[in-house]
Every structure is written in structure tokens, then in C-alpha cells.
Design a protein around this ligand. Structure first.
Ligand code: NAD
Length: 466
């Protein structure tokens, strides 16, 4: 079916879909969960072919969060979908006031290649649980994952409720020419601007889950070995192709040697003496993306940075775990989101210097601070802005299915995960039901002296409230 036909099919189903019961939606979510178990091996194989990702890493970072999301949604959907009542001002006596949570209507989800399974299915299921129709356009770089995604989706959903359109920029643009009610995009900040611009032609609301440079500050007096275990894991999972990966580390000159040795030790423990040969070490999505990483390292070295370890492409789409010291803001590696296994270390001698460095960049998607000092923690929280924070670890704020997830400013607009995932895709329709009208019309013109006095006395009451 071509895009215009598919869009009209879903448009026709907008109202029937909007009124599907919560029970119907929960049943379908559970059916998806069943298929995640049935096709567990196929999903892992697909991710292995697309990204060279280990089966265990796929289970941990793709399947597990999706099941967690389904479980939480199934438990809460009845509650979230209930009308929410508010008190009604006395001038509207006899009426009831409430929010009715309804579908936004026809939704488009555009997803990236880096966690191609969960970043497609998670928003699609969030949209479905809020009773929308949904078209998914996954990334063109992950053909194997897209095949299994489509298999699961077509086994559970009719085409007029959830459907997949394959393709790249051209297909995204063709889809965006249609008047969707909501567009949910996960990808780069640059493409996010294009999506928002195109969505504005139809004034579709947008959810933008974007990227950026997520900083880490490491204070002194922490256990550097333990800290570096966490940071190195967060940097190297999915070979650094994680939107919330620690992009760079800021720490004092005293800490630098320990940070470098902690990284090297983690690499050896996690991936062995020859990490690039480890089956547990994820590949880079394409050769072109690997070459971009090499260029970042070469540019940094040409401007005075030192490669402490790694720095090379080895074989097909594999990039060595890399640490750079002596980096400056003039280097490309400190200007773009890295999105690969390269960790630059920036030397700053105090939390104040670190904060002013962080604030010289756009707001990050996540930021991380390792400290035992409550004052440092408080200063970091009070004087920086990001979509999310983990204190004394990395990434884990995203792993809690109950916490909302999203960016701040240039790292994104809107939130999903948890209750916010339902709200992101819902139209909060405000309703005042005047079953009985006990006299609002009293305030209609003509404004007699008695009415005018009444209005003034109402105003006076409000002015002296509290
Ligand atoms: P991308 O922006 O290149 O592509 C994302 C999607 O947009 C793909 O489906 C692609 O086909 C489509 N697309 C690309 N260019 C387009 C254009 N000009 N017009 C219309 N559609 C277009 O992103 P990517 O390379 O797939 O993913 C990496 C980026 O995504 C990183 O910046 C990363 O930080 C970000 N990301 C963010 C999150 C998050 O949740 N905030 C999660 C994962 C990735």
C-alpha cells in the first residue's frame, strides 16, 4: 500500500480507534509482549546483523525496557485513562469539570538506528495505548531489525491502527506532507529542526527526542576505579552510539591518570586483551559512520590532543575504545555529539569551572556527576540544565520505566516513558458538563447596577484570596 492510501486508511479509522476500550488496548500490548518472547532469538539475530550487537546486550537494552514499559502500562492504563475531576467555581454551580484523556488522532513515529528496536516500538506502543492510529517510519540503516519489527506489528495490529513504512529521507518527507495530528521523532538535533518545520505546515504537535553532548563531572575523593567502571560501561555499551552516553568527562588534573587507567582496566575486564575481536563489543552502524569517528580523532590529534588508547578503525565497522586527553573546544570532537566509543577528558580544577564549561554548550539530554560532596551535587543540580540526571552513575535515570524521559531545549521537546508516555500521545480534553445550569446567564448584559456591584464584589473576593 502506498503512503497516501495508508494515511487515508488510518484517517478513516481515527474515530473508531479513539474509542477502543482500555481492555482492548491492554490485550494487544500483552500480545506484543508474548511475541517479544516468541521472537526473542530473531530480534537478537537481527540486531546482531545490523549492529554486530551481542545477544545479551540486545536483551538488556532493547527487549527488557520494552517489556518493562508494557508491564507498567498494562498495570496503569485503566487509571491513567480515567476522567480526572476538578472542583468547579461557584459561579458555575451545578456543573462538573473534568479532563477526558483522548487520543490525539493520527500519529507518525520516526525512529533512529542506534537502538532500532526499542526506540521504534516504545513510542509506537505509547501512541497505541493512548488510542491513536500510528505509522512507524524506522531508520533505513537497520533492515534486519525493521523486518522483525514489521512482523511483530502486523501479527498484532491491523494496518489501520499500526503500520510500518520503510525508507529514508524521501519517505519521511512524503509522510510529513500528510496532516498527522502528532509527530514523534527520535534522532539528531539537526533533523529534528527539519521535522518540526515540516510538521508546522499542518500545525501537528511534535515530540522531539534529540541528542547533544551529555557531560560527566568527576569530583576528587571518589573511588576512581569504581566510577570509571560505570562511565566506561556507559560509553562503550552499543559502542557509544547511545543518545545518553557520557559524551566527555570533566575532571581535575589530579584525577586524569586514574581516569585513563580506570578506562583501560574496564576495557580489558569487559572485552579482553583484544576488545575489537570481542563478540560482546558492538560495531559501528556503517563504514561511513566509523570514518567520521576516525576523522574526529585525527582532527583532535592535529590540534594537540593525545590518544591515550585506541583511536583506530579495525576491520569492518569496528572502532577501538578510545580516550583522548589534552582536548580543547577548537577540536571537532568537542563540537559535535560524538556518538561512538571515544571519551575525551577535559581538565578543570573546580566544580565552578566545570559548570561554566558545561553551560557553554546547549542543554544536554542527560548530565552526570560523581561526588561524595553534597554541596557539589547541589551546585551541579542548581546551576546546570539537562533533560535528565544520574548522580553517581550514568544512563540509569533512563532505565526506570516510571521516570519521564526527554530533553531540554536543543536536546528535545516533550517527554515519554511512564505516565508521561501516555500523556505525550493524549489530548487532554477539558470538559465542563452543565447538566444543571443554576444561573451563569445572570452575568450576561445588560450590566445593571446590581450586576455590576455583584461582579465587583466577586473580584474583591478573588483579590483577597490567600
Ligand atoms: P537521524 O536524525 O539522522 O535520523 C533519524 C530518522 O530521521 C531516521 O528514520 C531517518 O530516516 C530520518 N531522517 C534523516 N534525515 C531526515 C531528513 N532530512 N528529513 C526527514 N527525515 C530524516 O538520526 P540517527 O542518525 O538515526 O540517530 C542518531 C541521533 O539520534 C543522535 O543525534 C542521537 O543522539 C539521537 N537519538 C536521540 C534519542 C533520544 O531519545 N533523545 C535516542 C536515540 C538517538
Amino acid at each position: 500500500m502506498n503512503i497516501p492510501e495508508l494515511f487515508s486508511l488510518q484517517l478513516k479509522n481515527k474515530f473508531p480507534q479513539k474509542n477502543k476500550s482500555v481492555g482492548y488496548r491492554v490485550d494487544k500490548l500483552l500480545k506484543v509482549r508474548e511475541l517479544l518472547t516468541k521472537y526473542d532469538e530473531d530480534i537478537c539475530e537481527a540486531l546482531n546483523k545490523d549492529l554486530g550487537k551481542a545477544f545479551s546486550e540486545t536483551r538488556l537494552t532493547e527487549i527488557l525496557p520494552t517489556i518493562g514499559m508494557i508491564n507498567y502500562a498494562c498495570k496503569k492504563l485503566h487509571k491513567w485513562s480515567k476522567d480526572k475531576y476538578f472542583s468547579t467555581p461557584v459561579v458555575f454551580k451545578g456543573a462538573s469539570s473534568y479532563i477526558r484523556y483522548e487520543a490525539k488522532g493520527n500519529v507518525l513515529v520516526i525512529s533512529p538506528w542506534n537502538y532500532p528496536f526499542q526506540l521504534a516500538l516504545y513510542p509506537v506502543l505509547s501512541s497505541f495505548m493512548a488510542a491513536n492510529t500510528t505509522i512507524l517510519k524506522p531508520s533505513e540503516f537497520t533492515p534486519y531489525t525493521n523486518t522483525i519489527l514489521e512482523k511483530i506489528i502486523t501479527e498484532v495490529f491491523d494496518q489501520d491502527e499500526v503500520a510500518v513504512v520503510h525508507g529514508g529521507i524521501q519517505e519521511s518527507n512524503e509522510l510529513l506532507d500528510h496532516p498527522f495530528d502528532h509527530v514523534f521523532f527520535t534522532g539528531s538535533t539537526e533533523v529534528g529542526k527539519i521535522i518540526m518545520n515540516k510538521a508546522s505546515n499542518h500545525l501537528a504537535s511534535v515530540g522531539l527526542e534529540l541528542g547533544g553532548k551529555s557531560p560527566v563531572f568527576i569530583d576528587e575523593n571518589v573511588n576512581l576505579k569504581e566510577v570509571m567502571k560505570k562511565i566506561s560501561w556507559g560509553k562503550l555499551v552499543n559502542a557509544g552510539q547511545t543518545c545518553v552516553a557520557p559524551d566527555y568527562v570533566i575532571t581535575t588534573s589530579k584525577n586524569i591518570a586514574g581516569v585513563v587507567s580506570g578506562f583501560k582496566e574496564y576495557v580489558q575486564n569487559a572485552y579482553g586483551k583484544n576488545p575489537v575481536q570481542s563478540e560482546d563489543y558492538c560495531h559501528i552502524i556503517t563504514n561511513r559512520h566509523a570514518l567520521r569517528l576516525k576523522e574526529l580523532v585525527d582532527d583532535a590529534v592535529s590540534k594537540g590532543a593525545k590518544v591515550e588508547c585506541g583511536g583506530q578503525i579495525v576491520g569492518e565497522r569496528v572502532f577501538e575504545p578510545t580516550v583522548l586527553t589534552g582536548v580543547t573546544k577548537e577540536m571537532k570532537v568537542m563540537q559535535e555529539e560524538i556518538f561512538g566509543p571515544i571519551l575525551p577528558l577535559v581538565e578543570k580544577e573546580s566544580i565552578e569551572e566545570a559548570i561554566s564549561f558545561i553551560n557553554s554548550y546547549d542543554n544536554a539530554l542527560c548530565s552526570y556527576v560523581f561526588t561524595k560532596n553534597e554541596l557539589v551535587e547541589k551546585k551541579f543540580m542548581n546551576e546546570t540544565i539537562s533533560g535528565g540526571v544520574t548522580i553517581n552513575d550514568v544512563l540509569t535515570n533512563v532505565a526506570n520505566a516510571k521516570l519521564p524521559f526527554g530533553g531540554a531545549g536543543k536536546s528535545g521537546i516533550g517527554r515519554y516513558h511512564g505516565h508521561e508516555g501516555f500523556l505525550e500521545f493524549s489530548n487532554m480534553r477539558s470538559v465542563m458538563n452543565k447538566k444543571m445550569d443554576l444561573g451563569t446567564s445572570y452575568f450576561y448584559p445588560p450590566y445593571t447596577l446590581k450586576k455590576s456591584q455583584h461582579i465587583v464584589s466577586l473580584l474583591q473576593k478573588l483579590r483577597s484570596f490567600l
